[in-house]
Design a protein around this ligand. Sequence first.
Ligand code: C5P
Length: 229
Amino acid sequence: MNDWGLILAAAGSGSRFRSETPKQFVKIEGRPLYVYSLRSFIAKVREMVVVVSGDRVKEVESQIKILLPHIEEDCHCEVVSGGNTRQKSVALGLERLTAGRVLVHDAARPYVSPDLISRVMAGVEKQGACVPALTVTDTVKQVDSGFVVQTLERTELVLAQTPQGFETDLLREAHRAADKIRLEGTDEASLVEKLGFAIMVVEGDPSNIKVTWPADLKRATEGSNSAMS
Ligand code: C5P
């Protein structure tokens, strides 16, 4: 039986995006960006928790009913109110989740492919925790106050993407442990790492960009047809 759930993190304010509307709600071809992200998971999971800011819960519930009318045939979808950090938003999503395995995805990554999702799911089934990542091609430097401190060994570095997948109980435990030491991570894996748990890395996808800056939205608009096909 499919025992997979999704938490879609969509409660950010998108301060780097310099727009009144957070990036995940900007419309492409009439549909908010998060709808493209959500759609990719419909055939993969039995449960979805979409985490948005409190003032958007009702709006998103009705948008999903209109734009993805058949979603409930494949999975149960719930919209909940998030927190003021990404980590808190995911923790609130976790409270609602019943599935034994969970994928956590940034709503601002509309180009996630079915293959990438399957790779991560296979990694979790094998190892209990899995993240997709890209190798680093640029030279990476650590800097301080505008001066180079050192050059990092790029063969040891990767760029982590989402969806990141975990046994749900493991991610819950990682959140509890992080709260205790007041650790604030920018992804789920960083919390699970602190438990000392081995996290499998699978190949990411360069197309799976996170819309962060206004220029990214232009690229997203150009790719919208393929994302919704
Ligand atoms: O800020 P960042 O780009 O890392 O956000 C990644 C994802 O986390 C976005 O989809 C954003 O909406 C979500 N987020 C959230 N709750 C927050 C902050 C960010 O769900 N408080």
